[in-house]
Design a protein around this ligand. Sequence first.
Ligand code: ATP
Length: 222
Amino acid sequence: MKREFAVIGLGRFGGSICRELSKEGMEVLAIDSDEDKINEFKNIASHAVIADSTDEASLKELGIKNIDHVIVAIGDNIQASILTTVILHDLGIKRITVKAQNDYHEKILNKIGANHVVHPERDMGKRIAHSIISNNILDYLELSDDHSIVEVKAGKKLIGKTLVELDIRARYGCNVVAIKQGKNINVSPAADETLKEDDILIVIGADKDISRFEKQLVIDDD
Ligand code: ATP
């Protein structure tokens, strides 16, 4: 059975989620209080309806209770975002993902029943900051408040060395979980694996350990 999603708020973020889910063939109910937005999405989403999500009766009428996963992407109006989340939680929606505007908003959303709070501007800011520290840092993904995954290109300090020589786990406390080599991905690489130019390492660990690893082994000196 197809999974059903609802996206509330069709700004840049919600709009992009709605487009992508629809492109992937998912059933998407798009909701916005702005008629222009609904007109824009009526040929993209499975259903697009004008509604104010802070009105519980309207949400009930739309059959929101039958939706598997609701994404609340109301931007600037924090009050409307909070109220919508409370209503969805009270209606028993199992999976609620909400976009937070700031840390304070995020804290409240976590307390009132959001299962997953996203902070796209902050997260993207962090990823970009890491990627501009060094051309060798390709991506950075936060796993929790203090653990992350980084994708790094083997630079001068890594090429030609084996994992056992580098001893990343003992020296930096992080783990190389996979090495991407062109189209192949070598999961749990062997200790005697020699790193080659263009190899991409996927490293998991505590932020403080990843930071040391980046500074000492990833950032080339020149
Ligand atoms: P983004 O950064 O994603 O572009 P944005 O700045 O466009 O966000 P807003 O314009 O604040 O975000 O809100 C996103 C959408 O949410 C808008 O299209 C707005 O009409 C819609 N919206 C705001 N409040 C409600 C509400 N109570 N019910 C339904 N839709 C709402």
